[in-house]
Ligand binder design. Structure first.
Ligand SMILES: *Cc1c(COP(=O)(O)O)cnc(C)c1O
Ligand SMILES: [Zn+2]
Length: 397
């Protein structure tokens, strides 16, 4: 590799979050190979060797690849990009009494390719897979991850097989097909899709990029944490609200803040992390309030927020650990409340957010009313996607 083509990535190895076993960075990995462990693999970097100064980022492109030293791809030529990341942070100011005495920011991930933050994870996962010679992918999805995989697979001339619940709005299916993927509708939820995807991956040698069963989507999502800190001039908010399905974002943002502290770019302060779920699948919410270490499988069926219909996240214990470490919280929201919140945010601020993002606004109002959010605090809502693909689930008032 010529010097010019190197990303100067400081990536060294993967480590199992459960048993500590180490994996090399030059072959493909999914989860820990120990049958009794199967823990999540986390990318490690030699951050002590970092030479980049935070000021130097100002001259870089508005893309998540501006943080390439802290991402796992070694060769520039393997980066598969459609302009993902560096999304705006907007301050809410039209929603009256709810905003009194608080600074409420919304990071708008709907500006990403294919309209959601899933672009981040899949840009990095597909890039790293390309570096390792993979060209056929399979994914179970509630909608947005499938569209994002389809786009990055098309861009890198790879093949994508997508398994999506039948109950997903039509736009998600059309999108993925238009992008050249093979889409299979499954009569069930995302866990059922995951089982089929896993079996076909084993039978055909396809690469399964299920949430947190593949290490590098997490690295893509972690860039939200880098951006939040950079965009707030190397400060962190007091509270971050995150719509939690598989939980990659919440874990990734937390990882980012730890790396940034190790780099000396932020201090010890951390936001309180709030996992917001749908009443349909609120295993994290339930386990958090019952002080359990693991979530149980909960699926009460359809929700307008497809991305939150995850009956049992693979990373349940890691998500719960982040909530505890951060003195965070968890809120579960009903579909009627999600739709009211969506109308308020959309008509009130001009932001046609996804139902998952709208759930955060409801959760914010709840925790604000209880006094959990204090006078003068800065709150960040992570609107994970655009509402435009959800018109089967949402109607105008
Ligand atoms: C996938 C998805 C989520 C859930 O994200 P996780 O990182 O899996 O918790 C939330 N919102 C939208 C719009 C999504 O597509
Ligand atoms: Zn392990």
């Amino acid at each position: 590799m010529s010097e010019k083509k190197k990303t100067k990535s400081l990536f060294t190895h993967l480590v199992c979050l459960k048993c500590g076993k180490i994996y090399d960075p030059l072959t493909t990995h999914t989860v820990c190979e120990d049958e009794n462990c199967k823990g999540i693999l986390s990318s490690q970097y030699d951050l002590k060797k970092n030479q980049l100064k935070p000021e130097e980022l100002k001259n870089r492109k508005a893309s998540l690849w501006r943080y390439k030293e802290f991402l796992p791809v070694f060769n520039e030529e393997n980066i598969v990009t459609l302009g993902e990341g560096f999304t705006p942070i907007l301050q809410l100011h039209n929603l009256g009494v709810h905003l009194k005495g608080k600074k409420v920011l919304l990071k708008d991930e709907s500006n990403n390719p294919t309209g959601s933050f899933k672009a981040r994870g899949l840009s990095v996962a597909v890039s790293k897979a390309k570096e390792l010679g993979v060209n056929t992918f399979v994914i179970p999805t509630a909608g947005n991850a499938g569209g994002a995989l389809a786009a990055y697979a098309a861009r890198s001339k790879s093949k994508a097989y997508i398994f999506m619940p039948k109950l997903t709005p039509a736009a998600f299916k059309i999108e993925a097909k238009l992008l050249g993927a093979q889409v299979t509708e499954v009569d069930g939820n995302i866990s059922d899709c995951g089982k089929i995807a896993n079996q076909l991956a084993n039978e055909n040698g396809w690469f399964d990029v299920s949430t947190l069963k593949e290490p590098y989507r997490l690295e893509g999502k972690k860039t939200m944490g880098y951006e939040i800190a950079e965009q707030l001039e190397w400060n962190v908010p007091d509270i971050i609200f995150y719509p939690t399905g598989g939980g990659t974002g919440i874990i990734g943002i937390w990882k980012a803040f730890n790396e940034l502290e190790e780099l000396g770019w932020i201090g010890r302060k951390r936001p309180r992390m709030v996992a917001v779920q749908s009443d349909s699948c609120n295993g994290i919410y339930t386990a958090f309030h019952e002080k359990k270490e693991h979530a149980t499988y909960i699926d009460n069926g359809f929700t307008v927020a497809n991305g939150l219909r995850v009956p049992k996240p693979y990373a349940d214990s890691v998500i719960l650990q982040v909530l505890r470490e951060s003195n965070g919280n968890s809120v579960s929201v009903s579909d009627p409340d999600i739709l009211i919140a969506l109308h308020e945010l959309t008509a009130g601020e001009g932001l046609l957010v996804s139902p998952e993002g709208a759930a955060l606004w409801h959760a914010y109002k709840v925790l604000n009313q209880t006094g959990w959010i204090k006078e003068g605090e800065t709150v960040l809502l992570l609107n994970t996607g655009s509402g435009y693909k959800y018109f089967d689930n949402i109607t105008a008032p």
